[in-house]
Write a new protein. Sequence first.
Length: 318
Amino acid sequence: MTFNGAAAGRTVSGGHAASRFPVCGTVILGVEVIVSAQGAGALGRRVKLRLITWNLHGLPPPARFGLGDSLARVAEEACRRAPDVLLFQEVWRRSYTARIIGHCQTAGYAPVLAQQGGRPTGGLVTLYHSATWSLGPVMFSPFRRHGSALRVWEGDGISRKGALATVLTNNRNMTSVVVVNTHLQAQYGKRTYAVVRRGQVAELESFVAPLTGSGHLVLLAGDFNTTPSDVLYAVLLERWTDLTAGFRQVCESERRAGCGTCFDGTTSQKWIDYVFVRRPGPRSVTAEVELIRNKRRDDPYSDHEGVQVNISSESRPS
């Protein structure tokens, strides 16, 4: 798989050829971790990036009503926070994409998405602040492993979930960051799809591995449908550092309500949304984490909390 050339706003058709797209909390904890920095171009340069990842629960009626208003509220709140990058999952329809982009482009954001038949492939939409960042290569890769398409009520077998990678270069100091937006197979009761999700993580590894030798900071974020107690989480930690872990541990140790990102009943107790950074290496990263909270499921935003991570990365002296 290869990256396509740059464009100022991008849609990747069917995960292959690229074409031009015509548009465009309270910090709880800071955690320092060690990640990868290879190549002379990365040394001595500081990378600062504010990122929000958010599953928007973008299901059409009768599964969910009032989604249009919720999407408008999500876009307004997310853009009000002025992140560098927005990563959305479950934007399943073209009309949903248009609503999100329509709100965000007035705040200076340009979209990157994979499309097939006029709708976002995999439900993934990435937006970046175009005054601060320039868009480089983009690549989408659908997962080969997924649930059965015959279980249409689950949706995973027909949604073409996958990973959308974007290279962004800061317009001031020319540092580059690779941001990968993803959404793994969901669990449905006793059907946990553990083997499928593990296969998708292996596909992610193959997808990301060619991007890690450039000296760029590499971030992997989205909805992993995997809790920290799942064996698959430990597999992810073999190559990645979870930037949300410190926040979650403090929340749980203080026995707060809602120490999760996804509603399971009346509170958000289940943590399945993450921001990972690639490791190992001589780069220090400080991450400040905040949840953008709902009052209750789908009120006012989604059945997921938004996850904002403010990242500051700098090479350690050798």
